[in-house]
Ligand binder design. Structure first.
Ligand code: FAD
Ligand code: HEM
Length: 407
């Protein structure tokens, strides 16, 4: 818990910190990477740094944590802490790196807020920082231990034993441990981090959801991110570095360094109630992994799958989705394609429509637990439709394929 004195100081300075977050984060990363260039090369996602998408996540979450401590002193924002701890654990973030982040973050805060940063202010924010850091360190230690990591490194060599072309843009990689060790346990919905050595010597890391079950191995499916222009921009964004590398250069027999599975957005097996798995585009990977698990377990739950894509040919796992749906005793799938669908009557358990996903068209049973994955605007729209259909917010879970700025 935060001391009463610090709580007062945090309440007084939180608006100024929130107001200057953009400036603070930019300066923080500048300082951090100037002092420790290896962190940008081998740990942080340099694509996210270049496009600015991760920048506010770290400092923003500390401000959110501070806000929570002063508003609800008796509780912890567990969902937020779990999301960060799982991500850190999968990246191999170490306890001894927390003082480095603290040093550069506080230097940035002092420089941006100037004289407002008195000793008292530093003391109060230090308390917040270490409360959060120690909570994360404890969670990360437990998660890595549970994942079987004993020697301090999360990275293990896996051999690519097969590639499957799902669509023109998506390829599945089948991976087996190259060191003969058993495959670590996973829960449906989890992801692994993959570390790739690039031609310039950098070892960049990205996360990929487990997209199915492979005996004695792991399966991931990667969408190649093409170069392209965002609406309203004149210059073109470059092609994705790691997805492009995996597609172009990683073939059968190659070794990839892979973390054990982590991730807190996992299939709830508690109440055996109805499930809704709603995805768009490459967001189908954790959903197809969950569905494969349910089918293998012979689940009798009511399962609604909903997927949106550009066209049938762009939809990864289209045939697997149909096969798994048919195999389950009480499952249906609803598909929306922007083009090429051809509206029609339901074919067996699968209904195909043209246009954007509209979950209000589904009869969602009460007590449903929903999982969402896809682009953020898609998930916002889907969540709003589910809330409007009467599903309580705590039953709606979502996975973001990037930094979760909603934290
Ligand atoms: C939990 C989780 C699960 C995931 N699961 C999957 C999955 O199952 N399948 C999957 O395909 N992906 C998944 N992802 C996404 C994946 O981790 C990568 O983010 C994705 O593959 C893109 O990585 P990249 O290296 O190819 O692109 P990056 O090189 O990281 O580029 C990302 C974006 O930034 C832009 N960019 C890069 N540099 C610049 C610059 N200088 N200026 C402007 N823009 C720039 C690129 O154009 C691109 O749009 C998941 C992510 C998370 C967090
Ligand atoms: C109290 C301290 C810290 C907080 C509050 C924090 C917070 C966060 C948050 C919110 C994210 C984004 C999570 C998401 O994906 O949604 C993140 C990601 C990350 N954090 Fe931390 N973090 C802290 C310390 C550290 C430390 C010590 C390191 C290691 C030097 C580190 C390295 C990373 C990396 C590499 C990512 C992924 C970024 C990317 O790949 O784009 N963090 N952290």
């Amino acid at each position: 818990m935060l001391s009463t004195e610090s709580a007062k100081t945090i309440t007084a300075t939180l608006p100024a910190v929130r107001g200057a977050l953009g400036e603070i984060t930019a300066l923080f990363y500048e300082k951090l990477f100037a002092a420790r260039p290896e962190l940008l090369r081998d740990l942080f996602n340099r694509g996210n740094q270049a496009n600015g998408s991760q920048r506010q996540a770290l400092a923003g979450s500390i401000a959110a944590f501070a806000g929570h401590l002063v508003a609800h002193p008796d509780s912890r924002p567990d969902t937020m802490l779990a999301r960060i701890a799982h991500k850190h654990a999968s990246l191999g973030v170490r306890a001894d790196q927390y003082p480095i982040v603290r040093e550069h973050l506080f230097a940035a805060i002092a420089e941006v807020l100037g004289d407002a940063v008195t000793d008292e202010v530093v003391r109060a924010w230090d308390e917040v920082y270490w409360l959060m850091a120690h909570a994360l360190i404890a969670l990360e230690k437990r998660l890595t231990y549970e994942a079987g990591v004993r020697d301090g490194s999360v990275w293990r060599p896996y051999r690519v034993v097969g590639r499957i072309r799902e669509t023109a843009e998506v390829t599945t990689f089948l991976l087996r441990p190259a060191d003969g060790a058993p495959v670590p346990p996973s829960r449906p919905g989890q992801y692994v981090s993959v570390q790739v050595q690039l031609p310039d010597g950098a070892r960049q890391i990205r996360q990929y959801s487990l997209s199915g079950q492979l005996d004695g191995g792991l399966q991931i499916s990667v969408k190649r991110v093409a170069a392209g222009r965002r609406a309203g921009e004149s210059s073109e964004d470059p092609a994705g570095e790691i997805s492009g590398h995996l597609h172009a250069h990683v073939h059968d027999g190659e070794i990839l360094y892979v973390s054990p599975p982590f991730g807190e957005v996992v299939l709830s097996e508690d109440d055996g109630g109805p499930l809704l798995l709603a995805s768009a585009g490459i967001g189908c990977t954790p959903m197809i992994g969950m569905l494969a698990h349910l089918a293998a377990a012979g689940s009798r739950r009511r399962i609604l799958t909903a997927h949106a894509d550009r066209s049938p040919s762009a939809h990864p796992f289209r045939t697997d989705l149909r096969r798994l749906t048919d195999k389950l005793s009480d499952a249906t799938a609803d598909l929306w394609y922007e083009e090429g669908a051809g509206d029609g009557d339901p074919t067996g358990a699968v209904t195909v429509r043209t246009g954007l996903m509209d979950l209000t068209r589904l009869a969602i049973p009460s007590g449903t637990t929903a999982y969402l994955c896809g682009p953020v605007p898609f998930m916002k729209a889907a969540r709003a439709q589910l809330l409007a259909s009467g599903l309580p917010a705590e039953r709606i879970h979502y996975e973001v394929f990037g930094p979760d700025l909603g934290l």
